[in-house]
Design a binder for this molecule. Structure first.
Ligand code: UPG
Ligand code: MN
Length: 713
């Protein structure tokens, strides 16, 4: 019998345009490199050398960036055809892993909203299990989850009865919902749950004596004296058991588990990768679904049919047996209109994943990935036993406790199986290592986002998050598993370029810092360092600048973004280039010589209403004193000084215009981009302005740099 397709794969027609563009630009870049080489040979100065290095690094990153556009493909899925391909009873079981790590940075109310949104998936209930991993080891989180389990008994049948789309209750009740006969009832139940959770959060701790439910009391009593979040035994709680627990209409519920793996101060826990591996093992014992989904605690489900979309790749006669994971790109629901911090990563979560999809497999992004369990527990060719010990534990739960203990980690976990350890970006690293083993991956990017999460909304949070990411990426890029030396043996060379681009992106700081200071300092000292406007080489610079910015703008426009959003993204690249990126390199260096340990600083998902309001308005949030912000202000100040001095020079002496134009332009570009920084430094009076100390320090340092260089030139 002919079965309709579950998915299709189409190369994007835009690839021809990208390839042509890349070719033309490669010629221009070669000309630039030629010019630099001549300069180095015939007028070797410190300046020519620095400019050469800057352009060389920028060219490398630019060329590797083009790799993402060489062969984009789009996968489409047809969940509506599933009934003709498989009976519901044949659907595989599905485990969902939700990770949380800190009840004060990741409010439990948000966490349980995510949990509720996936519990309410349109999927056979007896096949669905949700595991919450709590690296914060917090009673608050467990308590919130028990409340959520009670509310779920009402919420799930309500969602199914009215076929609700927004199954995250916070979102559902936040929208103007259509009123059904029982909407008010369910809403007040939700509000009650919210108040109960809020109350214990306000107290900051749980008074077990105030809890009524005996099962919950028993669970909470596991937090004995001496229990800390860094040091405690495993806690696994079964909050809903599919075969027993029924919702208010008498239907079976999914399974729901709370897991806080054992922590021991003396044993590294490997952050999220460690948490996920503990869940893989615990769930292998308990439910052992062949497919699991990983989610960050802020990434709630925005579409109840998402697992069915994932099935379209995993089942059916044409399913790829070597498919390791399906990535649903990260999307966010709290972005402001023009996305001032460029948190959406428009291209990285759009064009780039389509690009890598066409080259052998999309990168894994940490959240929104449906995995074939087998891919993480064995080699594609060599079967590998999951257990390093015989199953002598009669009781499943005892075994589950055993496999989530720290001592269990003393195996191949993190090196050959499971999410890979040793770097701060376990996600992209694990995806990459799987691909090196011959596994493949695809992207699934439905019009309605499958998941929605939260972007960081203060500049410092954004910068320190990027600091962590790019440090983690460097850990891969500069290790023995670097795509350039290791990946190249297994992957498509163009895909290697993509990974190399991500892994080495922190070096973007080299051209940014050089271009943010050198032309400006030379300008202050009336030293021309670029071709005159009348020089034919000038047109090469103009072409490269306009060409690269124009292409980038076009890529954004094709992704449906407006000009301002694109502009903000360009600004963020400059900001990151002088703050997070150099710090990532420094961190990498300090860690590799053993002078620093890498730490996963969890991004805050809390936002007070004042802060959210300022973010909504699109003003930058500085607020805290931080070296990251200091770097940005220094660069901004140098550019302002240089621009003013330079303008005076070219206006008073017309003859100088020709030779100093490029430098005045670069300083001016810096000034325009730094506008929100100046506002934060001097024009604003609100709480989010740049702290006076940072402003003062940066002005002093900037003036000192200017002075120092006037001696050097
Ligand atoms: O020791 C830890 C630290 C973090 N987490 C969880 O990891 C997730 C991501 O942490 P977050 O602070 O939100 O980091 P982000 O930088 O926003 O996360 C992005 O980058 C991470 C590292 O590359 C990926 O794991 C994430 O999926 C991706 O969204 C959250 O659910 C945390 O609860 C843990 O479970 N244990
Ligand atoms: Mn996050």
């Amino acid at each position: 019998m002919h079965k309709p397709p579950l998915n299709t794969r189409k190369p994007s027609p835009t690839r021809w345009f990208h390839r042509l563009y890349t070719l033309v630009s490669l010629i221009a870049i070669s000309a630039l490199v030629y010019r630099h080489c001549c300069n180095i040979i015939y007028s070797p100065t410190f300046t020519t050398f620095l400019l050469f290095i800057a352009d060389l690094v920028a060219s490398f990153l630019w060329v590797t960036w083009q790799a993402f556009f060489m062969n984009p493909v789009h996968h489409k899925v047809f969940p509506e055809n599933l009934p003709q391909v498989a009976d519901k009873s044949e659907y595989p079981r599905l485990d969902v892993f939700v990770c949380t790590a800190d009840p004060f940075k990741e409010p439990p109310l948000g966490v349980v909203n995510t949990v509720l949104s996936v519990l309410a998936y349109d999927y056979p209930m007896e096949k669905l299990s949700v595991y919450l991993s709590d690296d914060g080891g917090s009673q608050l989180t467990l308590f919130a989850l028990t409340e959520a389990a009670k509310f779920a008994r009402h919420w799930l049948p309500y969602c199914k009865k009215y076929n609700v789309m927004d199954r995250c209750p916070q979102v559902y009740f936040g929208n103007d919902t259509s009123l059904f006969p029982d909407t008010n009832d369910i809403q007040s139940m939700y509000e009650d749950m919210k108040t109960t959770i809020q109350n214990v959060m306000d107290q900051g701790a749980i008074n077990v004596d105030q809890v009524k439910d005996t099962r919950t009391i028993k669970a909470l009593r596991k937090w004995t004296v001496g229990f800390t979040r860094q040091h405690h035994p495993t806690i696994i709680e079964v909050l809903l058991k599919s075969a027993q627990d029924k919702d208010v209409t008498g239907q079976y519920m999914p399974n729901l588990f709370y897991v806080a793996r054992e922590k021991n101060k003396a044993i590294p826990h490997h952050f999220k990768a460690g948490a996920l591996n503990a869940l893989i093992r615990a769930s292998s014992v308990i439910t052992n679904a062949p497919i699991f989904l990983t989610l960050d605690c802020d990434m709630y489900s925005n579409d109840p049919k998402t697992p069915l979309r994932a099935l379209c790749h995993f089942i059916g006669p044409k399913a790829d047996p070597k498919l390791a994971f399906i990535q649903f790109p990260q999307r966010f629901d709290n972005l402001n209109r023009n996305d001032i911090y460029s948190g959406q990563y428009v291209l990285e979560t759009g064009a780039c994943i389509a690009g890598m999809d066409g080259l052998g497999g999309t990168n894994f992004m940490g959240t929104g990935g449906f995995f074939r369990r087998q891919a993480l527990i064995e080699y594609p060719t060599k079967p590998h036993s999951l257990w390093n010990e015989p199953k002598e534990y009669g009781d499943t739960m005892a075994l589950a406790h055993h496999v989530t203990s720290c001592s269990y980690e003393n195996t191949k976990w993190g090196s050959e199986i499971g999410f890979r350890y040793g770097v701060l970006v376990e996600d992209i690293y694990t995806g990459y290592r799987l691909q090196c083993l011959g596994w493949r991956s695809v992207a699934c990017d439905p019009t309605r986002a499958a998941f929605l999460g939260k972007v960081a909304i203060t500049l410092n949070d954004v910068l320190s998050q990027s600091n962590r990411w790019y440090m983690g990426l460097l850990q891969v890029g500069l290790s023995k598993f670097s795509p350039v030396t290791y990946g190249i043996k297994f992957l498509n060379p163009v895909q290697v370029m993509c990974y190399a681009h991500y892994n080495l992106r922190a070096f973007w700081s080299i051209p940014v810092i050089i271009y943010a200071l050198l032309p400006q300092l030379a300008l202050i000292n009336s030293l021309p360092i670029f071709p005159k406007v009348s020089d034919p080489w000038f047109s090469l610079y103009a072409f490269l600048f306009v060409g690269s910015h124009g292409k980038d703008f076009l890529d954004y426009a094709l992704a449906g973004s407006a000009f301002k959003k694109w502009w903000n993204s360009r600004r963020m690249w400059l900001i990151l280039g002088c703050s997070s990126f150099p710090f990532s390199i420094l961190d990498w260096f300090l860690t590799s010589i053993g002078m620093s340990t890498c730490d996963f600083n969890v991004t805050s998902k809390v936002s007070d209403s004042e802060l959210s309001k300022r973010y909504e308005k699109g003003v930058f949030e500085f607020g805290v004193e931080s070296p990251l912000l200091l770097m940005v202000s220094i660069a901004a100040t140098v550019n302002l000084v240089a621009f003013l001095v330079g303008m005076k020079k070219v206006l008073t002496d017309n003859a100088r215009f020709d030779e100093l134009f490029v430098q005045v332009f670069i300083a001016g570009f810096g000034v325009v981009n730094s506008w929100p920084i100046y506002e934060g430094m001097v024009l604003r009076g609100d709480k989010g302005k740049m702290p006076a100390k940072v402003t003062l320090k940066s002005v002093c340092v900037a003036l000192f740099i200017c002075f120092l260089f006037s001696l050097a030139f």
